[in-house]
Design a protein. Structure first.
Length: 192
């Protein structure tokens, strides 16, 4: 379900600042009312210019040519982000940005419903094809602390969970091709 990410601990706080800057720049450009939303940023040139230290880390980890999108996942306490399954990808690198202490990524066993995310959670068209599960009928099967960077499996039913009433934001970086071997296992050097 997840692995701790092997990001340089000295550079990590700089990477967070770069991603926060990108978050603010793209919020203005997209005019997205961030509540509990999933918003994708595809502008690679903007990502490279804004996140130079993160790009150095991707080069060190042999991921530079593979990254293709950065998504911002925000959670507002009074708007639940439902259990869901992403479509089209299996692996994401999640990086905490704002108020991620006391928050988790939680995985579930359950059945998907024949509907997508609530309209308030859709900040990008790709989010429209994610499938959701009824939160009252799923069973938790695992969780990880969202206040540290993790590689997570997004091809299982999962969701962000908060234990506080503060606005929470994390970045989720996606790669193509994904950094997995022929057995579907994450490249070992990416794991701490």
């Amino acid at each position: 379900m997840y692995h701790k990410a092997n990001l340089d601990t000295v550079k990590f706080s700089i990477i967070q600042k770069e991603l926060l800057k990108l978050f603010l720049i793209t919020k203005k450009e997209n005019l997205v009312p961030y509540t509990s939303t999933f918003v994708e940023i595809h502008d690679k040139e903007l990502m490279r210019e804004t996140c130079t230290i993160m790009m150095q880390e991707f080069t060190r980890l042999n991921l530079y040519n593979n990254f293709f999108v950065i998504s911002f996942i925000s959670v507002e306490s009074n708007r639940e982000f439902p259990p869901h399954m992403d479509v089209g990808v299996d692996i994401a690198l999640n990086i905490p940005l704002i108020n991620c202490e006391g928050t988790y990524t939680v995985w579930y066993d359950g059945q998907l419903k024949d509907q997508g995310l609530p309209t308030y959670a859709i900040g990008s068209p790709i989010a429209e094809i994610s499938r959701v599960a009824n939160p009252r009928t799923v069973n938790e099967i695992g969780r990880c602390d969202a206040s540290i960077p993790h590689w997570i499996n997004v091809n299982m039913i999962h969701r962000p969970e908060t234990t506080h009433d503060q606005f929470r934001v994390a970045a989720s970086v996606r790669f193509d091709p994904e950094p997995v071997d022929e057995h579907g296992e994450l490249w070992p050097h990416l794991i701490r």
